[in-house]
Design a protein around this ligand. Structure first.
Ligand SMILES: *[C@@H]1O[C@H](CO)[C@@H](O)[C@H](O)[C@H]1NC(C)=O
Ligand SMILES: *[C@@H]1O[C@H](CO)[C@@H](O)[C@H](O)[C@H]1NC(C)=O
Ligand SMILES: *[C@@H]1O[C@H](CO)[C@@H](O)[C@H](O)[C@H]1NC(C)=O
Ligand SMILES: *[C@@H]1O[C@H](CO)[C@@H](O)[C@H](O)[C@H]1NC(C)=O
Ligand SMILES: *[C@@H]1O[C@H](CO)[C@@H](O)[C@H](O)[C@H]1NC(C)=O
Ligand SMILES: *[C@@H]1O[C@H](CO)[C@@H](O)[C@H](O)[C@H]1NC(C)=O
Length: 533
């Protein structure tokens, strides 16, 4: 836990500190009521002292929280600005090249239309220059955001110097690590910004091939779906899969991210040595069928009520209750997370696809999955139940008549993270419609509270095929006692849990399994202070 207090993602600290302080304040009170006669005065003084310290620290923490929130918002705004510039620049460049093509086949001096074109092309030139200037300024502006925040550092020191509070930090471990996992660490943000800047500076180098490679739709190849807004994590999934495949040229990676991270994701994947493997990088916003008239989650996201539920940022109340905090995490409702329910429509030409989370590492050639007889089932997954744990009743509301009528409370849960989907069976069983039905029923969150696992368990209730456990070993983000033997034999290991290997709170004994697929020689990764372990 010392790692959290000492060096976790910067934006994580204030909230943690605040939580600790609230505890400190409430813990101080009983001291005053203890003891009798002579002891009372001493106790009261001590209690006063503690209360004073706590209230000073609480004020510092509130200031720190506010500063940190501002910092976080600033960074998000910058990334949005850069990505908008990127989009505009790409459009301008496309127009420019069209104009250039037209110009080569005509003579501006004898042809007035061509002259008009030439002048509009000059206009475009100017526009492009303006955009590039704006991009440079934006990048320069964002520099201070990546430099150490001296003020915050000082406040932090004042707060964390108190051993008393550190001891309490240990007790609040789960809460603290949830916050740390939720916030974007500075190096990761830096990486996204630098890569986006590179994408802007050299658009021609990273342009997607037109037309797209035939391999993307070739059902005879091995296809992977990776949906992520974490460029480093996604790149490690692809690198590990390529590194361990027997014939990379037979593998195709479909990486989907959001608009904001598209440029960065294109650059990081393009810069990798894929050894002949094929790939595409897209933004989910580019799939036009994913609109709120079709997708219940988008409709629900747009509903004002839910927006409030997920995005209101009331630190005061949030710090009181870790589980409540979890419900507020927008991650649980982001479209990127729900894309997994649209695989057949996203890849209409494919028969089968392997879905990988961005917090996995591939350790073996996976083509054996394509040889498994799926018995007409849709979802190949490892089961996670043991004893009474990880059974359906833990994931959904069995007091609800709809749930009670349809599912067995003791049905065995399975894991997302490495799922082999038979898309033909999916289309035949109309699983997307099922998912829509249930997601609509859950509009007011009475069937399940959060995440994609409950709707997954519901959607693929009778269409899941259990896979051998060695395909997918889970828990490297929370369970320190997984056997090394089990990990060595795993085709895919999964850092599910809050202690992600890219965070300072990642578990040391497992981290190397992930870091060995980080390209520490890459200049952008180095520039953003990722150091080899
Ligand atoms: C990009 O273009 C849009 C539409 O023309 C405009 O609203 C936006 O301000 C531009 N973004 C930047 C950063 O110039
Ligand atoms: C002017 O540009 C347009 C496209 O921008 C092109 O279709 C047209 O042929 C051009 N005209 C001439 C005379 O070059
Ligand atoms: C929304 O998606 C549906 C199909 O999923 C499509 O028919 C419709 O045209 C889309 N609407 C827009 C505005 O793109
Ligand atoms: C925190 O919760 C209490 C009770 O639910 C409410 O009265 C108060 O206004 C909340 N505080 C904030 C800042 O939302
Ligand atoms: C919850 O939503 C369902 C389906 O939309 C609706 O039938 C039900 O009345 C709602 N319940 C409450 C308490 O709002
Ligand atoms: C479970 O469902 C019942 C019946 O619809 C509802 O009254 C209850 O509030 C639900 N529980 C939760 C935690 O949403």
């Amino acid at each position: 836990m010392a790692a959290v207090a000492g060096s976790a993602g910067r934006s994580a600290r204030p909230v943690v500190a605040l939580a600790l302080l609230l505890l400190a304040v409430s813990a101080a009170a009983p001291v005053a009521t203890a003891g009798a006669s002579a002891a009372v005065n001493g106790d009261r003084l001590r209690a006063e002292q503690i209360r004073k310290q706590a209230s000073d620290a609480a004020a510092s923490a509130a200031a720190l929280a506010a500063a940190s929130r501002r910092l976080h918002l600033d960074r998000a705004r910058h990334l949005r600005l850069l990505s908008s510039l990127h989009r505009n620049l790409t459009n301008t460049l496309r127009a420019l090249s069209l104009a250039a093509d037209a110009a080569t086949v005509s003579d501006p001096f004898s042809d007035p239309a061509a002259a008009a074109n030439a002048s509009s092309s000059r206009q475009l030139d100017l526009q492009a220059k303006d955009l590039i200037r704006a991009a440079r300024a934006a990048i320069a502006d964002s520099k201070p955001l990546f430099d150490p925040q001296l003020k915050i550092q000082r406040l932090k020191d004042a707060i964390f110097a108190q051993n008393e509070l550190l001891a309490r930090a240990k007790k609040r471990g789960a809460f603290a690590s949830l916050i740390a996992a939720k916030s974007i660490p500075k190096p990761l943000h830096c990486l996204a910004v630098r890569l986006t800047a590179e994408r802007i500076a050299r658009p021609e180098q990273y342009a997607e091939p037109v037309p797209p490679p035939r391999a993307l739709e070739d059902p005879a190849l091995f296809h992977y779906a990776i949906f992520s807004d974490n460029v480093l994590a996604a790149s490690c999934v692809v690198r590990s899969a390529v590194a361990n495949s027997i014939d990379p040229s037979k593998h195709v990676f479909h990486v989907v991210t959001d608009r904001m991270n598209l440029g960065a994701m294109q650059v990081i994947i393009r810069r990798m040595d894929l050894k002949g493997a094929h790939y595409e990088v897209k933004a989910f916003e580019d799939y036009k069928f994913l609109n709120s008239s079709y997708v219940p989650v988008l409709r629900q996201l747009e509903s004002a009520n839910l927006q409030k539920f997920y995005f209101e940022n009331k630190l005061e109340n949030a710090t009181k209750d870790a589980s409540n905090m979890k419900f507020r995490n927008p991650k649980y409702l982001s479209m990127l997370n729900h894309l997994r329910f649209y695989l057949p429509e996203m890849y209409p030409k494919l028969h089968r696809i392997l879905f990988l989370d961005d917090d996995v590492v591939v350790q073996r050639d996976l083509t054996g999955l394509w040889k498994i007889d799926m018995d007409g089932k849709v979802n190949g997954a490892v089961e996670t139940c043991f004893g009474s744990f990880h059974r359906y009743w833990q994931y959904m509301n069995f007091s609800h008549p709809l749930i009670k009528a349809k599912f067995s409370p003791n049905a065995c849960g399975w894991a997302y993270g490495m799922n082999f989907f038979d898309l033909d069976s999916w289309r035949r069983e109309k699983c997307t419609e099922q998912y829509h039905y249930w997601q609509n029923q859950n509009e007011n969150r009475t069937l399940w509270k959060l995440g994609t696992l409950p709707p997954g368990l519901i959607t693929f209730y009778s269409t899941t095929k259990p896979l051998d456990k060695s395909w997918h070993v889970l828990g490297l983000g929370y369970n320190p006692s997984i056997s090394m033997e089990e990990i060595r034999n795993a085709a895919v290991v999964h850092f599910n849990g809050n202690m992600k290997p890219w965070l300072d709170i990642g578990m040391n004994q497992f981290r190397h399994l992930w870091t060995k697929y980080v390209d520490y020689d890459d200049e952008y990764i180095r520039q953003c202070n990722f150091a080899p372990p």
